[in-house]
Design a protein around this ligand. Structure first.
Ligand code: ADP
Length: 402
């Protein structure tokens, strides 16, 4: 039995989950929040209990130190040597990584070089990786990329129609995001709902505060909605998704704001929040719709419209579809938004689903479609951490990754 920790380090937070592998038994999980503040928060869940305390969290290295101390004190481990690997989530792997890898000089340099493509994320991941390396120097570190699953796209699916020379020089192309999530849910679907069918055709909808839709053929990504960065694709909590690129120039010219300021507006003040003027949270939008707020109604319609459009597009791209998956915060929990999307696509795609079952499904693996539906519709809660731990375990065992 090997203990492996999955880690997701952000700029001010660090999430962790410790597994016994290959059994995939969770030993503990938790989060450090408000890193860099005197009133940081450390929460750890183990053995059915949850401990939370407020304490100064100067930097990521202190968090790793506190984590090791807690694991030993709570007897979750009896010695640090028991943890054989830490597997880290990395948002951007660029064109260099189509699978998880060891964290070594080679991958470290590339993750650093890719910072311009994911400034907030990759730099924070590196801080986390280096903190673990300092505090656990003899433990293997592995890296699992959100973009890796999308590296199987053809050039026609990832190329933007800008001058080729520029695209080549700056590596501008569609990289996508949420790849680990799309990979996890599609693997579960193929195994549990498609009887390991060859040539399966799946449309995976990861709908959360960030959302992306992915077309998956025979287990491999062929197209995905997010672009160079997570700004592209469907309407999101605060991100605009796909728009005519000239809106950007027009806004710079009309408002007198800088390109960077407009970019921030498109990232942080647009989407559900920007259109509704209410909130970026789908639950608040649903409440607004219930009260008849016209802009909440419009925001919700835009979200549903764009998701339905992508599903239609990918149905054509795949040449049909065996199953549609809903996952992440909205996909797993929002019966209303699932219903709106399904009602929009049902007649064209000949989908039949259990309306009552949908209404009560929240965060649990559920087949929503009826037997005579042309396409299966399944809610599958995502689990990116288990994929990170599985890949770390595979690398630890010196086995080949898929
Ligand atoms: P991320 O991991 O991208 O931060 P999540 O996948 O956790 O996001 O999704 C968060 C979003 O899910 C929230 O902003 C909220 O809009 C939505 N959400 C969560 N629960 C519900 C619910 N019961 N009904 C509607 N929306 C929900």
């Amino acid at each position: 039995m090997y203990k492996i920790m999955a880690v997701n380090a952000g700029s001010s937070s660090l999430k962790f989950k410790l597994y016994n592998m290959p059994e995939e038994e969770t030993l503990c999980s938790g989060i450090f929040e408000r890193i860099g503040h005197d009133d940081g928060i450390f929460t750890i869940k183990y053995n059915g209990t949850k401990d939370s305390k407020i304490l100064p969290l100067l930097d990521h290295a202190i968090c790793v130190e506190l984590l090791i101390k807690a694991l030993l004190e709570k007897k979750i481990i009896s010695s640090l040597d028991e943890i054989k690997a830490t597997g880290h989530r990395i948002v951007q792997g660029g064109k260099y990584f189509d699978k998880s890898a060891k964290f070594d000089n080679y991958s470290e340099n590339l993750i650093e070089a890719l910072i311009p493509l994911a400034p907030l994320h990759n730099s924070a991941h590196l801080v986390g990786l280096r903190a673990f390396r300092t505090k656990m120097p003899s433990t293997l570190e592995t890296v699992t990329f959100d973009t890796a699953f999308h590296q199987t796209m053809d050039a026609q699916d990832y190329t933007f129609a800008i001058p080729y020379k520029l695209a080549e020089k700056y590596d501008i192309r569609r990289y996508g995001a949420h790849g680990t999530s799309h990979r996890y849910v599609s693997e579960v679907l193929i195994k549990e709902y498609l009887n390991n069918k060859k040539d399966s055709k799946i449309i995976s909808c990861h709908l959360g505060s960030g959302s992306s839709i992915t077309a998956i053929k025979n287990g491999k990504c062929v197209a995905t909605s997010m672009g160079l960065t997570p700004l592209g694709g469907v309407v999101m909590g605060t991100r605009c998704g796909d728009i005519d690129p000239s809106v950007f120039n027009f806004l710079v010219a009309k408002t007198g704001k800088s390109a960077e300021e407009i970019y921030q507006i498109l990232n942080k003040e647009s989407g559900l929040l920007g259109v509704s003027g209410l909130s970026n949270d789908a639950r608040d939008i649903e409440e607004g719709v219930e009260k008849g707020n016209p802009r909440a109604i419009l925001a919700q319609q835009l979200f549903v419209r764009r998701v339905a459009d992508y599903i239609g597009q990918y149905f054509v791209r795949l040449g049909g579809c065996d199953a549609i998956i809903f996952t992440a915060g909205i996909g797993e929990n929002s019966a209303i938004l699932r219903k709106e999307i399904l009602d929009d696509i049902s007649s064209s795609l000949k989908i039949k689903y259990d309306v009552e079952l949908n209404a009560k499904t929240r965060g649990s693996k559920t087949l929503l479609s009826l037997d005579d539906s042309a396409i299966k519709v399944v809610v599958i809660p995502t689990d990116e951490e288990v994929i990170i731990a599985r890949d770390a375990y595979t690398i630890l065992m010196n086995k080949k990754l898929d």
